[in-house]
Design a protein around this ligand. Structure first.
Ligand SMILES: *[C@@H]1O[C@H](CO)[C@@H](O)[C@H](O)[C@H]1NC(C)=O
Ligand SMILES: *[C@@H]1O[C@H](CO)[C@@H](O)[C@H](O)[C@H]1NC(C)=O
Length: 205
């Protein structure tokens, strides 16, 4: 299947009674294509804007970190179990790299998607126009699975399946994620996967 591009779609419209107009909540998704063979190492900037809890394991508050990690990990492993793929492990190293990357996006480029083309890791991203919970962002990646047909390893025409196929990629063994709070109330969420998935021409499982 073709490498996926970023995708933007409307998640939920809500009515603002006082102003009499629709506020549209957006959740945009992005799956990195498989990295080039000689991928350069990811060089994240300094961490700063992301809380210890969101770094998922490197902070001093281990209880909060474990809870945050599980919010990302549990829906990943549910989706994997549903297709008979073994669970991912949480990686504190990948989580702190992800935290540094989203913090840099937040500070320097207004929380836009990260260009993960040169990264050795698989990368799923989610940008939400509201304070999205980690589990909600992962659920939006998993939801792409409804367009994916495993029997012929294809995605429905006009749809994207890349964030789903990375979630269930059998050879990916570990994941680490982080989220940055952006201007107003938006969030940018990033999960990194090692080894990376979405190798063109291969089936995820
Ligand atoms: C750790 O995080 C939990 C949950 O957010 C909080 O209740 C607790 O007070 C924190 N502990 C420390 C030492 O910061
Ligand atoms: C793959 O299978 C689905 C479901 O049977 C079908 O709708 C789709 O057309 C197939 N795609 C290709 C490229 O064969």
């Amino acid at each position: 299947m073709a490498p996926s591009r970023c995708q933007r779609f409307v998640l939920l419209p809500t009515t603002m009674a006082t102003a009499c107009f629709l506020t549209v909540l957006l959740l945009a998704l992005c799956a990195a294509p498989a990295p080039a063979q000689a991928a350069r190492a990811l060089t994240p900037g300094r961490a700063g804007a992301v809380t210890k809890a969101q770094q998922g394991g490197t902070g001093s508050n281990a209880t909060a970190a474990a809870a945050a990690a599980d919010e990302y990990l549990a829906p990943h492993n549910q989706a994997r179990a549903a297709v008979g793929v073994p669970p991912l492990r949480w990686s504190a190293d990948l989580a702190s790299t992800a935290a540094a990357v989203v913090a840099q996006q937040q500070r320097q480029v207004g929380c836009t998607f990260v260009d993960m083309g040169g990264s050795p890791y698989g990368a799923n991203q989610g940008w939400a126009s509201y304070r999205a919970r980690p589990a909600e962002v992962v659920a939006s990646w998993v939801a792409q699975g409804r367009y994916y047909t495993h029997a012929n390893n294809t995605c429905a025409p006009g749809r994207q399946c890349g964030t789903y196929t990375q979630v269930v990629w059998r050879r990916s063994a570990e994941v680490g994620c982080a989220q940055a709070n952006c201007a107003t109330v938006a969030t940018l969420t990033l999960c990194l996967y090692n080894p990376h998935g979405n190798v063109q021409g291969q089936s995820p499982y």
